[in-house]
Write a protein that binds this ligand. Structure first.
Ligand code: MN
Length: 289
């Protein structure tokens, strides 16, 4: 008999703001220490009002983890200390490994209209925190929506997923990357009443976050705009209710190391955080070791 992952905890997203005043909803990471190893933070941003996003995220640093930005609507531009420029349009993903250090800005490329998407912070194990910075911009057309046999569609951004008889690999997958957290990131669209099931490695942290409509996880309701944390073994089973639903699924191998965070720096000890702040002040945060 197959075990089904249960809904263990619901972390409702709270409205907050970040950057130069971008309004967003934060679930994972909304309170100090509210991590879901290996996930440090999950933000959903979404507004038709330019006043909620126009200020963007001017130049700021990161060290010790990865940021994953998934755009649903609108356009953002990334610029970093090495002169890289990346335009993020609807449906695209930027997977940035801050590693030892990145200084970048994330600014809207539009003055009006809808801006909507997610930013996920994914931790790195101690041995990978000081690797050189890397990033990958994945255009929307590299991540098609696959029709699911029981209705609905799936976009596989990271990890792999079973679609009928096939296994579909995301652009970020264990063979394409050196990510020891082995992340899974799916965007799933279900028509009203449809169900979705999928296996996830036992022992991996997994969560479901609905951004349109509400869903139920193995029969238990999960409201919109909340991270539903699942028990750590068995298959995932999610159903849409009377309305269509759209949700993301995140999963990954836990790191099981101490987490010490100070804003955009996430390390294992206080000393390493002080070093990061010192390196930033000295202008060597991003310098090669
Ligand atoms: Mn950033």
């Amino acid at each position: 008999m197959t075990t089904i992952r249960q809904l263990q905890r619901v972390i409702q997203a709270a409205p907050t703001s970040d950057g130069a005043g971008v309004k967003l909803y934060r679930s994972i990471g909304k309170e100090r220490g509210l991590y879901l190893d290996p996930f440090l933070m999950l933000d959903e941003f979404g507004s038709e009002n330019p006043g909620d996003y126009i200020a963007g995220f001017p130049a700021h640093p990161h060290r010790g983890f990865e940021t994953v930005t998934y755009m649903l609507d609108g356009r953002m531009q990334h610029r970093d200390h090495l002169g890289n420029v990346g335009d993020l349009g609807p449906g695209s993903v930027q997977w940035m490994t801050a590693g030892r250090g990145v200084i970048h800005s994330e600014m809207p490329l539009q003055e009006n209209g809808r801006m909507r998407g997610f930013q996920l912070w994914l931790n790195l194990p101690a041995k990978e925190k000081m690797q050189p910075a890397a990033w990958r911009d994945i255009p929307a057309d590299e991540m098609v929506l696959h029709d699911l046999p029981d209705g609905g569609q799936i976009k596989v951004i990271a990890g792999s997923a079973r679609v009928g008889d096939r296994l579909v690999d995301g652009v970020i997958n264990p063979s394409s990357a050196r990510l020891s957290t082995d992340p899974v990131f799916w965007d799933v669209h279900l028509p009203a009443g449809a169900s979705f099931s999928q296996s996830i490695n036992d022992g991996y942290t997994a969560l479901v976050y609905s951004y349109e409509g509400s869903v139920s996880v193995d029969g238990r309701p999960l409201p919109k705009r909340a991270a539903g944390v699942l028990t750590n073994a068995g298959d995932l089973q999610v159903s849409a209710g009377y309305e269509p639903a759209r949700f993301i699924v995140l999963a990954g191998r836990p790191i099981e190391e101490p987490v010490v965070q100070y804003g955009p720096f996430v390390m294992n000890t206080r000393e390493q955080i002080e070093q990061a702040m010192q390196d930033y002040r000295d202008g060597v945060l991003t310098a090669a070791a």
